[in-house]
Design a protein around this ligand. Structure first.
Ligand code: UDX
Length: 440
């Protein structure tokens, strides 16, 4: 028997979560203050491009288990569980801006008519859940008991629905047995499928989420810092990563060197972690995270400099074809995209930069987006591979006749070098031996 569940905030996280909950048989209302978004979701249009999401959304709308609203009155009487899935963007100083989460609590708590569980999904600095519990207790009317729990989400863009329906693990922080039992009902289906549950206190659950993102970012910055060392010595960072990855204590995942990490989560969440670690007297953690950030920035700068070297040291008058704009393949998201950062730096140096991406829209001044790959390649002096969309790995370099110079900067290290070289291309892969010998 399904529960009655509200999901407040139906952007990336919330829309996918609402669809997932309905798929598991719950009655779900998604709430958002954005009327246009709610209207389009009710018509079966997903707010984001995610594989399978729109189909699943339509199926759940048709089942009658899912609908969307802008009206809090629709959820306060209805829900046994309220999930909060609004954004926690970066404030000007890098800390997390919790105003959207607070606004939800301020609207929801005074309007509650029945006992319920309020479950945070948004990524927040440690200590936020306890603070929100205090606020809820103050604001909720006498008789309406509302307890706060925290249940972080680990979904990746591009596979958000699959990650939601079949997570590696379920993590939640609770303060009571009642809250624990309720969350077990919410997640009865994945638990029955064998997904492990890690139940903690509120603060631990909050930390697990940011720690996971910080650790992933650290792995990427570690291999990227090594790629600069490999470059200087003629060593091969891909072989280093493969050898490291064979050690089960390390693992191969997130050891792909390249232009660094981007997106809407990793950069923002680790910046907020550094701030919070400073505030709470953990300066060494803040320092570690800031090094990870600094390496990430230096990697973008380094790739930009290598591109300039490939252009013979000067960009004005040169044409550069950039392959990829999204922060990673499989998404149209360009937030904090390393590809666009490198492309922009080349444009600022004076190059004419044309960007082709299979999904993302480029709205940066100084960059020209092309509809086809051929348009981007036409007369190019240099081709930069900056986002590793599978379609680029499938290209036949022998058939790419548009570029003026056959020079490829494969910053993602994912293109098959021998195939490109056989077709007459000079291939530069940062962190791997250069064509004319080690460490040139
Ligand atoms: C991340 C976390 O993986 C997810 O658990 C969390 O819920 C949200 O943040 P996402 O932002 O979708 O997910 O991106 P992810 O797949 O983690 O990639 C982040 C960035 O790291 C991308 O720019 C990607 O290209 C880069 N990356 C990843 C590397 O440069 N090298 C790697 O080996 C792996």
């Amino acid at each position: 028997m399904g529960l009655r569940i509200a999901v407040i905030g139906v952007s990336y996280l919330g829309a996918v979560h609402a669809v997932g909950l309905a798929t598991w048989g719950h009655q779900v209302i998604g709430l958002d203050i954005d009327q246009a978004k709610v209207d389009s979701l009710n018509k079966g249009r997903a707010p984001i491009a995610e594989p399978g999401l729109e189909l699943a959304l339509r199926r759940q709308l048709d089942s009658g288990r899912l609908r969307f609203t802008t009206d809090y009155a629709d959820i306060t009487d209805f829900a046994d569980v309220h999930f909060i899935a609004v954004g926690t963007p970066a404030a000007a100083d890098g800390s997390a801006d919790l105003s959207q989460v607070q606004a939800v609590v301020d609207r929801l708590a005074p309007a509650l008519r029945r006992s319920c569980l309020i479950v945070g999904k948004s990524t927040v600095p440690v200590g936020s859940a306890a603070e929100l519990q205090r606020r809820v207790t103050q604001l909720a009317p006498v008789g309406a008991m509302a307890e706060v729990a925290w249940n972080p989400e680990f979904l990746r863009e591009g596979q958000a629905l699959a990650d939601t329906l079949a997570p590696d693990r379920l993590v939640w922080g609770v303060a009571s047995e009642t809250a624990s039992a309720r969350l077990r009902q919410v997640y009865a289906r994945p638990i029955a499928d064998g997904v492990p549950v890690i139940e903690t206190d509120l603060a631990t659950a909050e930390i697990v989420k940011v720690a996971a993102n910080a650790f992933l970012a650290t792995k990427i910055s570690f291999i990227n810092a090594l790629s600069q060392l490999c470059q200087a010595t003629g060593a091969d960072v891909v072989k280093v990563a493969n050898a490291l990855g064979r050690d089960p204590r390390i693992g191969r995942a997130f050891l792909d060197a390249g232009p660094g990490f981007g997106g809407g989560c990793l950069p923002k969440d680790i910046a907020a972690l550094a701030k919070r670690a400073d505030q709470l007297g953990a300066p060494r953690l803040a320092e570690l995270v800031r090094s990870v950030q600094a390496i990430n920035q230096s990697q973008r700068d380094w790739i930009g400099q290598l591109a300039l070297v490939c252009l013979g040291g000067s960009a004005p008058g040169k044409k550069v074809a950039v392959l990829g704009a999204s922060f990673k393949p499989g998404t149209d998201d360009t937030r904090d995209s390393p590809a666009l950062a490198v492309a922009t730096s080349l444009a600022e140096s004076g190059a004419e930069v044309r960007v082709y991406d299979p999904a993302a829209r480029v709205d940066r001044s100084g960059l020209t987006q092309t509809d086809t790959l051929e348009q981007a390649l036409l007369d190019a002096d240099l081709v930069c591979h900056l986002t590793d969309w599978p379609v680029f790995a499938q290209l036949d370099p022998a058939r790419l006749t548009g570029p003026r110079n056959k020079i490829l900067l494969d910053a993602r290290l994912k293109l098959d070098r021998p195939t490109w070289e056989e077709a007459g291309w000079t291939v530069i892969q940062p962190g791997r031996p250069w064509p004319t010998g080690p460490g040139r």
